[in-house]
Design a protein around this ligand. Structure first.
Ligand SMILES: NC(=O)c1ccc[n+]([C@@H]2O[C@H](COP(=O)([O-])OP(=O)(O)OC[C@H]3O[C@@H](n4cnc5c(N)ncnc54)[C@H](O)[C@@H]3O)[C@@H](O)[C@H]2O)c1
Length: 324
């Protein structure tokens, strides 16, 4: 069992992954600057409030805590914000990552799992998307992730620095036993926005119903955050066991349209979702679905909670607690 540093561990996916790492017997140290995360998502004593751009602090923390591997979630994640302030995204996501990698090299820690994204593919030529689809980001957020992926490729080649890059699709849901859930501010993700519309009565805008899809709305691949957390565990254990660097998509392989999500939310909650239909958003591809067979074949991972209604039920249970 290893001693693992989780950056961004006070955020949505990082906190779930910390929870499952500890359940599997690993011991976890969390770094988060709390710029977007929540102190309550980390157990007492585990949180170090550090910005990933502080290389010196990260180096001494890794030495002091005898860290063996790192899972790196810390980043800003809003596509819209990245188009308004690209410099913020390159500073935080790229410079923050590079600073972390420098600290790791200094502290002799050479295993890393990195949170990448389907946004690395932009508008893909083929769906379901395979990992060999070329990089083609269409916004600064996606570009910042591609830049970090490329740094990792070079570090693997010249510094014996092994990494797994996980390109996630739409993370959603919550682990019912953990008390954790999705809390972004501002929230841009569909399921929490629909749940919030039910809770506040303020309509959510659904962007575009004239796409070339069966019901006219965009199709996305919704992956339960607990399945996503498990993907990080198999990835870090692969590296700790001496496995080589690689890149994997993490999704279910099944697409759900915005209208299908709406129907699932209404069925699970028993309430109508107040909504309006807006115009298409620039840069929203009609369909983004992962081909995740590589992750299944190479690392033996399986999505076990791919049922959309279950995902919504878990998210709803959390949303009701948060506002209570
Ligand atoms: N949520 C998704 O659907 C999704 C999809 C694809 C990829 N990702 C990637 O997964 C990762 C986690 O996403 P999330 O949804 O949990 O986001 P989140 O905003 O909930 O968590 C990110 C955490 O990182 C922290 N952080 C940000 N910059 C930091 C810095 N410089 N130093 C220290 N801490 C910092 C924030 O305070 C926050 O707690 C991100 O890298 C994101 O790009 C998320």
């Amino acid at each position: 069992m290893a001693r693992i540093l989780v950056t961004g561990g006070a955020g949505y996916i990082g906190s779930h992954t910390r929870y499952f790492l500890e359940k599997s017997g690993h011991s976890v140290v969390v770094v988060d600057d709390l710029s977007r995360g929540f102190k309550q998502a980390v157990p007492d004593g585990a949180l170090h409030q550090v910005d990933t751009r502080d290389t010196a602090k990260l180096t001494s923390l890794m030495r002091q805590e005898r860290i063996e591997a790192v899972i790196h979630f810390a980043a800003y994640i809003s596509v819209g914000e990245s188009t308004q302030r690209p410099e913020l995204y390159f500073s935080n996501n790229v410079c923050g990552s590079l600073s972390l990698f420098e600290a790791m090299l200094e502290a002799q820690v050479k295993c890393l799992v990195f949170s990448s994204t389907a946004a690395a593919y932009g508008i893909p030529a083929k769906v379901p998307i395979l990992e060999d689809e070329p990089y083609a980001p269409i916004n600064p957020y996606g570009e910042s992730k591609v830049m970090v992926e490329k740094i990792l490729e070079w570090l693997d080649r010249y510094r014996e620095f092994r990494s797994i890059r996980l390109r996630y699709f739409n993370a959603c849901g919550a682990e019912p036993q953990s008390g954790l859930g999705e809390r972004h501010d501002p929230e841009t993700h569909l399921i929490p926005l629909m749940l919030r519309a039910i809770q506040t009565g303020k309509p959510v805008t659904l962007f575009g119903d004239d796409y070339p899809t069966p019901d006219g709305t965009c199709i996305r691949d919704y992956i339960h955050v607990s399945d996503l957390a498990q993907a990080h565990i198999v990835a870090i254990e692969h590296l700790l066991g001496g496995g080589k660097s690689d890149v994997f998509n993490v999704g279910t392989g099944a697409g759900q349209s915005v209208k299908q999500v709406l129907a699932a939310v209404e069925k699970v909650t028993g309430k109508k979702v107040p909504h309006t239909i807006g115009p298409r958003r620039e840069g929203d591809p009609p369909s983004l679905v992962a081909d995740s067979r590589k992750l299944q074949n190479v690392l033996g991972w399986r999505p076990e909670r791919a049922n959309l209604e279950q995902i919504v039920a878990d998210a709803w249970a959390f949303a009701q607690n948060v506002t209570a």
